[in-house]
Design a protein around this ligand. Structure first.
Ligand SMILES: *Cc1c(COP(=O)(O)O)cnc(C)c1O
Length: 395
């Protein structure tokens, strides 16, 4: 044979980019079990700790009893169920938009929305640190791709000014998934007005976490959810403790997506248990802000006790000032992939699960440990994590 999987894998290993799976044997709590031992989870996006909340579990169980386990078909065939409508109405109300549409995952949503909105001859403007699913959406759309420097509105403006395409789409994460900083959404929307563009915002890490009522970074910056140039997307599998994603916007946007979005049309729809858990999660955080409050208390506590981490990040010329934009995502930039994995392994051996992140997830030379905080972490657990990071300080 002219190809060998093993040779390719050996090449990946050589570059210190080898990946493997580790199996969690418990539910997704702050303390999880791995190979029979307990370990503290500092890598999950389950920011509000809802993934094992009794109300979500109950909603999923009841929905399964009533509606069964599978939807059996895509939405446009027979897979559009009462629970899909209920979840979409709940989401539109939560986001303050005319309508919402549920996708099977954030990855599906990003591919489906971008390739619906733009095509050949159109122009995309994408932040260089955008999530892989946005990048893949660009590729699928066949629109011309302009990448602007991370968070740099001057660079974005220069690119916008230099194009004559009639359809322009700006893409950005709202909270950058590997850095935890925020996109300058107000400035981006102002540019969209000036240059007649649409803005698609990915609130995968903003939903449930940012904003006065947890609606995301759009709310955090006081932007009207019904801004005519704004299209919002968010996920249900991270802070909301369930699975799937939504797109929130105008009725006509949703109508167009139902008609054109291939990742919506050509896939079996989400099952009842997942839909009911998502709906329960949105309802729960809408009436009870204690989860978000606890998360932010934990973030403030961690950043205060760990202020040396910030100083060290600044020394390493990290991408942004961790103090000025706080988020549950705390990157510890190490740089070298090998050293990063060595540090992550040391932490793991000491009972702290904090995953090392390497290219292509992050740019070359910026390998890091990505810590994430949850509402369900106790002070003692945060202290233990800080202590162990102190131990690997030298790396
Ligand atoms: C996780 C993530 C996605 C993908 O969402 P899934 O529901 O996990 O497929 C999209 N965008 C960003 C920024 C993410 O972090």
């Amino acid at each position: 044979m002219s190809f060998s999987f093993d040779t390719e894998i050996a090449g990946i290993r050589q570059k210190n980019l080898y990946r493997f799976l580790r199996t969690v044997e418990s539910d997704q709590a702050a303390e999880i079990s791995f190979e029979g031992r307990k370990i503290l989870n500092f890598s999950s996006n389950n920011y509000l700790g809802l993934a094992n909340h009794p109300l979500l579990k109950k909603a999923a169980t009841q929905a399964t009893e009533k509606y069964g386990t599978g939807s059996g078909a895509s939405r446009l065939i027979t897979g559009s169920m009462t629970l899909h409508n209920e979840l979409e109405e709940t989401l539109a109300r939560f986001k303050g938009t005319e309508a919402a549409l549920v996708f099977n995952s954030g990855y599906h949503a990003n591919l489906g929305v971008i390739s619906t909105l733009v095509g050949e001859g159109d122009e995309i403007f994408s932040d260089e640190l955008n999530h892989a699913s946005l990048i893949d959406g660009c590729r699928l759309s066949k629109a011309h791709l302009n990448v602007y420097r991370h968070g740099d509105v001057a660079c974005l403006e220069e690119l916008l000014a230099g194009t004559k395409a009639s359809k322009k789409l700006i893409l950005t994460d709202s909270v950058f998934s590997m850095d935890g900083d925020l996109a300058p959404l107000k400035e981006i929307l102002a540019l969209a007005e000036k240059y007649d563009a649409m803005v698609f915002v990915d609130e995968a890490h903003g939903t449930g976490v940012f904003g006065k009522t947890g609606r995301g970074v759009v709310e955090h910056f006081g932007i009207d959810s019904r801004h005519p140039r704004l299209i919002q997307m968010g996920t249900l599998g991270k802070a909301l403790g369930s699975f799937g994603a939504y797109v929130a916007g105008s009725k006509s946007l949703i109508e167009l997506l139902v008609n054109k979005s291939r990742t919506f049309i050509f896939t079996t729809s989400l099952p009842p248990a997942v839909l009911a858990a998502s709906k329960a999660a949105v309802e729960l955080i809408s009436r009870d802000d204690s989860f978000r409050k606890k998360l932010w208390e934990n973030i403030e506590y961690f950043m205060d006790r760990g202020s040396w981490i910030v100083d060290r990040q600044i020394q390493r010329s990290a991408i942004h000032d961790l103090r000025s934009t706080m988020s549950p995502i705390i990157p510890l930039i190490i740089g070298d992939s090998g050293k990063t994995m060595e540090a992550a392994q040391k932490l793991f051996d000491q009972g702290i699960w904090a995953t090392g992140i390497r290219p292509p997830t992050v740019p070359e030379g910026t390998s890091r440990i990505r810590l994430t905080l949850m509402a369900s972490h106790t002070r003692e657990q945060l202290d233990r994590c800080l202590g162990e990071i102190g131990e690997i300080h030298k790396i």
